[in-house]
Design a protein around this ligand. Sequence first.
Ligand code: UD1
Length: 419
Amino acid sequence: MDSLKITGGTPLEGEVRISGAKNATLPILAATLLANGPVSIANVPHLRDVTTIIELLGHMGAAVTIGERMRIEVNPTTLRHCRAPYELVRTMRASILVLGPLLSRFGQAEVSLPGGCAIGSRPVDLHVAGLKALGADIHVENGYIQARAERLRGARLVLDTVTVTGTENLMMAAALADGETIIENAAREPEVVDLAAFLNAMGAGVTGAGTDTIVIAGVEALHGTDYAVLPDRIEAGTYLVAGAITSGLVRVKGVRPEHLDAVLIKLRASGADIVIGEDWIELDMRGRRPRSVDVRTAPYPAFPTDMQAQFAALNVIADGVGTIVETVFENRFMHILELQRMGANIRLQGNTAVIRGVDHLTGAPVMATDLRASASLVLAGLVAEGDTTVRRIYHIDRGYECIEEKLELLGARIERVSG
Ligand code: UD1
């Protein structure tokens, strides 16, 4: 199993190109199932989770071709069956995203229930309830969601909790439904907006994405198209924190700065100078120690839960006391114990971590437990004295493209160690 060995202490300096967004790529690849012809997707990041969804599409019989620079072409018309097996779903919860498109396009779906997840229970009850309201017949048998429908019928859906993949699943299902669907309390994340734009490029009638009310006018069929995925705001945010935590100067290129508003507010509060261009952001923290910041996660446009662990790492070496409140997921603090092993001073109380900054961390062998937790351990390693080995980095490969190459370009001392 690969590890990352990091020798801390170098302020990062330079620029880094941001990849396509994982969380937009996954629903968009699932949505290709809705088309009645080949679809071509560009700016796809080369990540473990993306490989998993490609494997899943291929497993069901879709013809998938990976072209130069990860341009993915999917022809869903060759599909042989509509079963997403446990072996694939268990490695990636987001496989549930094929449920809506399969049901709506092929009238049936058999999707394994995702197993327990390291960051809380993460149920899919809202996906299922929404599809039932659209007329599907759904029950759970032998650990599989068994779903059938003649043609889904448009309906007004009110989501109990703001759910990103839930909103996406229902939007995809409604795209081919008979009549109009209204999703109230919809997620407003940029990745939801990107999926809506992709659906519309295939001929769908989605309006209101980016607000909490999405209206989908169902159409008879969707056609193939060419589409490029939006840049990854979480990857961009993570490299900016890498600049801040090492008192460096980092410019992220190829981003949509407006998607990072909540993160940039906190980076400014931590003392960083931020300059924003049309598609780049530069952070300058040279010669300064970051100040602690208070963070409270919530659905977009508030501070993203996927940046929480990285800001915990930043607070660990910052000047002062910072409080992190996690409101989206229960049990998303596994990085805290590992950070403590590097010398962090953190008190956990329910969904709140109170972090008193220390003036140095010491390198240690640490274990990654989920995707963003691993990112926080890498960040801590960049600033710790001596060597940090982050184990189980398959988590990081699920969401960060070429992380060691990108950090190396910024001057970090980092290497991948096999075995
Ligand atoms: C997506 C993102 C993930 C991010 C999260 C929150 C993808 C592939 N993943 O995950 O990176 O951390 O949004 O921004 O886009 N919930 C229910 N019932 C449901 C569905 C969700 O109770 O049927 C709850 C969850 O337990 C959680 C909250 O809703 O407490 C938000 O979860 P959700 O937005 O669904 O997360 P994901 O879509 O799984």
